[in-house]
Design a binder for this molecule. Structure first.
Ligand code: ADP
Length: 441
C-alpha cells in the first residue's frame, strides 16, 4: 500500500531538501570551477609575461641580428608549445596606422599585417615597462594575445613582442574537472533517490502503524458496544423462555412470550447483519460498484414489496417515482438505503400514511420518504445518524431495532456521492430526503 504523494508532507520536505542539496552542489562546483579557471588564466598570463620580460631586453640587444633572434624565438616556442604565434611587430604607414610582423618564429608570417590586436599594441607602445594581454575566442577556442615593447638602450621602441597562446590545454583540464563534478553529482543524485525511497517506505510504515492502531481502537470500541447491544435481546429471550418454562399459563401470555422471543431473535439477526456492515465500512472494505442507472423501476419494486406490510399494519403506502433520470449508484446498496428508510417509516408509524416520491430537476434526483408516524424531537434528530442511537420511549423500544440502520444508510449514501437529510416533528411525522446529482451521459 503506497500512500498518495500529496498526503505526505514529510516527503515534500525530503524532495525540497534533495533539490536544495543538488542546487548547493551545483553552485559550489560552479564557483570552484570559476576560481580554478581564473587561477589557470592568471598562471598562463604570468608565465607569458615573465617570458616576454626576459625576451624583450634580449630582442633589443639582438635587434640587428634577425636570424639569431628568429632561431632563439623558435627555440622558445618549442619550449612553450601553447604559444601558437611568436612575432615582433612594428607600426607601418602603409596602410596607415597598421602593424606588420617584422620578425617571427614562423618566417612565413613575416611582413603580414596584424589584425585585431591594435589595442594592446598601442598600450605596450605607451607603457613600455609591462606586458598587456587580451583574450579572444576563435572557433570555440580561447586565446591570449600578449604584447610588450622592445626598448633599445637609448629608450626608443624598436618593436613590440606579440605572442598568441592557446588556452585549450587549460580549458581541457577544466572540462575534465567539470566532467568529474557531473559524475559526482549523478552519484549524489542516486544516493538521494535511494534515501528518498527509504524515507517514503518509513513514512508508509508509520502511516500504516497509525492506521492499525486506529482500527484496533475502533475494534475494541465496537466489541464493547456490540456485546452490550447483544445482551439486551438475549436477556429478553432468556426471560421469556423462563416464563414459558414456568408451565401453566394462559394462552395469551404464551403467545405474547413467543412473539417477544421472535422479535428479540430477529433483532439479534439484524444486529449481526448490521454489525458486519459497520465493520466493513469502518475498515474501508465496503466497495461500491457505481454505475449510471435509472432507479425508478427499483423504487417501484421496493414499494410493491412493502405495500403488503404497510397494509397489514393498517397504513397506506403510495409511490411516485419519475422515470428517465439517471444517477450513479450501486444498485444493491441503493436498495438497502431505500428499504431501511421505508422499513423505519412502517416501523415507527402507527396510523396514517407513508409516501415515497422521486423526481428530478436540472441538477438533482431527489427521493423523499414521508410518514405520519411518531416523528422526533430536535434533540433526537441531532443524534439520529449516530451509531447505536435509538430514541427513548416505548413507541421506539417496542420495535425491534439495532440503532445502526441510519448510520449505515448515511455512510452508503455518502459513498455514492449523495446526501441524506431529515425533517421531522414529534407526533406529526418524518420526512427523509436523499439527493443525488444527475449523472452525465
Ligand atoms: P433502528 O434499528 O432503531 O430502527 P435506525 O438507525 O434505523 O435504527 O434508526 C435510529 C433511530 O431513529 C430509531 O431508533 C428511531 O428512534 C429513529 N427513527 C428512524 N426512522 C424514524 C422514523 N421514520 N420516524 C421516527 N423515528 C425514526
Amino acid at each position: 500500500m503506497f500512500t498518495p504523494f500529496i498526503e505526505r508532507p514529510q516527503l515534500w520536505l525530503t524532495i525540497a531538501m534533495a533539490i536544495a542539496i543538488v542546487a548547493a552542489f551545483l553552485y559550489t562546483a560552479n564557483l570552484y570551477i570559476g576560481i580554478a579557471q581564473q587561477a589557470q588564466d592568471e598562471l598562463v598570463n604570468v608565465r607569458i609575461g615573465s617570458l616576454q620580460d626576459a625576451f624583450a631586453p634580449l630582442a633589443a640587444e639582438l635587434s640587428d641580428q634577425s636570424d639569431v633572434l628568429r632561431s632563439y624565438m623558435r627555440h622558445l616556442q618549442e619550449l612553450n608549445p601553447t604559444i601558437v604565434d611568436f612575432d615582433i611587430v612594428s607600426p607601418t604607414s602603409t596602410p596607415p596606422n597598421a602593424w606588420v610582423v617584422t620578425l617571427s618564429a614562423d618566417s612565413a608570417r613575416e611582413n603580414r599585417q596584424v589584425f585585431r590586436q591594435d589595442f594592446i599594441l598601442h598600450l605596450a607602445q605607451t607603457d613600455t615597462a609591462r606586458s598587456f594581454t587580451f583574450e579572444s575566442n576563435q572557433s570555440g577556442e580561447r586565446y591570449f594575445s600578449t604584447a610588450r615593447a622592445i626598448v633599445l638602450r637609448d629608450g626608443a621602441v624598436s618593436g613590440i613582442v606579440l605572442t598568441r597562446q592557446t588556452l585549450s590545454a587549460a580549458d581541457a583540464q577544466i572540462a575534465a574537472s567539470t566532467h568529474k563534478a557531473s559524475v559526482t553529482l549523478i552519484v549524489i543524485l542516486l544516493f538521494l533517490l535511494l534515501l528518498f525511497f527509504r524515507h517514503a517506505r518509513i513514512i508508509d510504515y508509520a502511516a500504516l502503524y497509525r492506521k492499525l492502531k486506529e482500527v484496533d481502537m475502533l475494534k475494541d470500541e465496537f466489541i464493547a458496544m456490540a456485546s452490550h447491544e447483544l445482551r439486551a435481546p438475549l436477556t429478553a429471550i432468556r426471560g421469556y423462555v423462563d416464563v414459558l418454562k414456568g408451565g401453566d399459563m394462559p394462552k395469551a401470555t404464551q403467545d405474547l412470550s413467543l412473539e417477544r422471543i421472535d422479535i428479540s431473535a430477529r433483532e439479534l439477526d439484524s444486529l449481526i447483519v448490521d454489525m458486519l456492515d459497520v465493520s466493513r465500512i469502518e475498515q474501508g472494505r465496503l466497495t461500491m460498484n457505481l454505475s449510471r442507472a435509472d432507479v425508478s423501476g427499483t423504487l417501484v419494486e421496493i414499494c410493491d414489496t412493502w405495500h403488503m406490510k404497510a397494509v397489514e399494519k393498517g397504513l397506506t403506502l403510495t409511490c411516485e417515482a419519475a422515470p428517465g433520470a439517471f444517477i450513479m449508484v450501486d444498485t444493491d446498496r441503493f436498495r438497502q438505503v431505500i428499504v431501511n428508510l421505508l422499513s423505519n417509516s412502517v416501523k415507527y408509524t402507527q396510523k396514517g400514511s407513508i409516501g415515497l416520491t422521486a423526481s428530478a430537476d436540472e441538477k438533482y434526483y431527489t427521493i423523499s420518504v414521508n410518514d405520519t408516524g411518531i416523528g422526533m424531537t430536535n434533540d433526537e434528530r441531532d443524534h439520529l445518524f449516530n451509531k447505536f442511537y435509538r430514541a427513548e420511549g416505548r413507541d421506539v423500544r417496542d420495535q425491534a431495532g439495532t440503532g445502526l440502520g441510519l448510520w449505515i444508510t448515511k455512510q452508503i449514501v455518502e459513498m455514492m456521492g449523495a446526501s441524506i437529510t431529515v425533517e421531522s416533528i414529534k407526533g406529526v411525522g418524518s420526512h427523509f430526503i436523499v439527493r443525488f446529482a444527475l449523472a452525465k451521459e
